[in-house]
Design a protein around this ligand. Structure first.
Ligand code: FES
Length: 173
């Protein structure tokens, strides 16, 4: 059984996703390749805090610092923990332009080993390309001429506006 979840973004855009029984909204969004703010995915940081405008759900497990009892009573939810038990409408505290999945081309402008196991680098995007991203989002980097991709976390901070260059970090291994 699945529930239909309407994700309503700050700019008025909506995305519909299906959430399986027992699945968190965040996992359902990731499965649908829709990015929403995420970080710990463990009910600790509060990054994924959103508002459920309609529907029934279980709050799941989390610490009080991430979501207070007052917030929970007012319909605030942590999407990494929330398990819908009906169709729901959820207001996401982010604009939709960072919610999609896209392909971008750019040039490596800097690279530095932070330790024997950690690498950081910067990419400048090609002309007319710009990228915005949410907390917890990552990028799969592919070297031209190769089929290999690798996931990297952004180390530059999330921005409200779309940016032309960004940095990422990955543990080597
Ligand atoms: S991502 Fe940290 S509480 Fe949900």
């Amino acid at each position: 059984m699945t529930h239909q979840i309407t994700l309503r973004f700050e700019d008025g855009a909506t995305q519909m996703i299906d959430c399986r029984a027992g699945e968190s909204v965040a996992d359902a969004a990731l499965r649908a390749r829709v990015s929403i703010p995420l970080d710990c995915r463990d009910g600790v940081c509060g990054t994924c805090k959103a508002t459920c405008a309609a529907g029934d759900y279980q709050h799941g497990d989390y610490v009080d610092e991430a979501l207070s009892a007052q917030e929970a009573q007012a319909g605030r939810v942590l999407t990494c923990q929330m398990r819908p038990s009906s169709d729901c409408v959820i207001e996401i505290a982010a604009a939709s332009d960072a919610a999609g999945v896209g392909t971008f081309h750019g040039r490596l402008t800097a690279s530095r080993a932070l330790s024997p196991s950690t690498l950081t680098f910067s990419i400048a995007l090609d002309d007319r390309q710009a990228l915005s991203f949410l907390p917890g989002q990552y990028v799969n980097v592919q070297v031209p001429g190769s089929d290999l991709t690798r996931s990297y976390s952004f180390s530059s901070g999330p921005q409200k506006t779309r940016c032309r260059s960004w940095s990422a970090t990955c543990r080597r291994g």
